[in-house]
Ligand binder design. Sequence first.
Ligand SMILES: CC(C)(COP(=O)(O)OP(=O)(O)OC[C@H]1O[C@@H](n2cnc3c(N)ncnc32)[C@H](O[C@H]2O[C@H](COP(=O)(O)OP(=O)(O)OP(=O)(O)O)[C@@H](O)[C@H]2O)[C@@H]1O)[C@@H](O)C(=O)NCCC(=O)NCCS
Ligand SMILES: Nc1ncnc2[nH]cnc12
Length: 302
Amino acid sequence: MMPITQQPSDSTATDEHFVAHCSELAYRAMLAEVNLTPKPGLVDRNNCGAHKDMALEDFHRSALAIRQWLPRFIEFGACSANLAESDVLTGLRPIGIACETDMFRATFGVNTHKGSIFSLGLLCAAIGRLHQRKSAITPELICNTAAAFCRGLTERELQNNHNNQQKTAGQRLYRQLGLTGARGEAEAGYPLVIQLALPHYQARLAQGTDPELALLDTLLVLMAHNGDTNVASRGGQSGLSWLQQRAKALLRQGGIRQPSDLKHLHDFDQECIQRNLSAGGCADLLIITWFLAQISHFNYSH
Ligand SMILES: CC(C)(COP(=O)(O)OP(=O)(O)OC[C@H]1O[C@@H](n2cnc3c(N)ncnc32)[C@H](O[C@H]2O[C@H](COP(=O)(O)OP(=O)(O)OP(=O)(O)O)[C@@H](O)[C@H]2O)[C@@H]1O)[C@@H](O)C(=O)NCCC(=O)NCCS
Ligand SMILES: Nc1ncnc2[nH]cnc12
């Protein structure tokens, strides 16, 4: 994997270019995911999947609202580069919450990208920190840095959360099923992306698979392995196990390699709609996978 190479310089103009470029890739990652079709249970160009309260246009408006915050995450990561990693999240969170507020304003209160903001915010801040410290910028280093920002997060917000009456879906599902959700993935350094989804996507591309088919196949890999709290919140443990087994079975049959395989995804989509299951957490991890794949191509010198 080719790292983003860096040479020392004090040029503000190239820094601005760097921030703008990475932000644009993060924005395009959200569009690449939501426009990808057909995705089982998720919102796409064909339908709203298992969702009754959101459609493609909501995601486009939401992504536009988030776009303006992406440079802020990178800049905060750069500004806080001298802080200990464990102190970064405290400063990053208010920016994430303000970005969430803009997302909810753009969607009239619907949760389109809450998980995506959390993950993209962490990764963008990690990129800003690595850039400021003149480090190489690889997917592994980015995710390790995000993990270091989140050290102790699941313990603080999930394990030690007994007395909080106002539990989020993630906190409730941790108590019920032990799922650590978006926090657990981040604190572990996005292992599902780094060890499974990203190598899978890159291998498919290297084999010459059409990029959209490669991304759909990668979504199946994520669905087969992720303890997605959105799926569990809608379908319980049995819904989550069903979805994982269904994705595994499709992968065993060869996955999505050619256009004729798409009929399997259409069937899977109808079954998810019938069962009211949507893998929003997998969609977020797919956004990150696409984003990191682009970042690893970007050969930047400053
Ligand atoms: C730390 C937060 C993520 C807190 O969130 P919460 O306690 O609610 O935690 P989770 O439920 O665990 O996760 C929240 C969202 O994360 C996505 N997600 C779920 N599982 C995973 C996973 N295994 N790995 C990664 N990401 C995961 C998921 O987001 C997506 O789905 C949402 C749409 O689904 P939908 O079914 O419609 O959901 P609802 O509308 O909520 O319910 P329904 O009524 O419709 O059924 C969409 O948001 C996708 O993005 C989970 O929803 C974080 O929110 C937080 O603390 N934020 C503050 C800002 C911050 O800290 N920022 C710091 C860095 S910038
Ligand atoms: N396409 C999508 N459908 C539903 N939830 C999502 N969260 C992120 N992308 C999504």
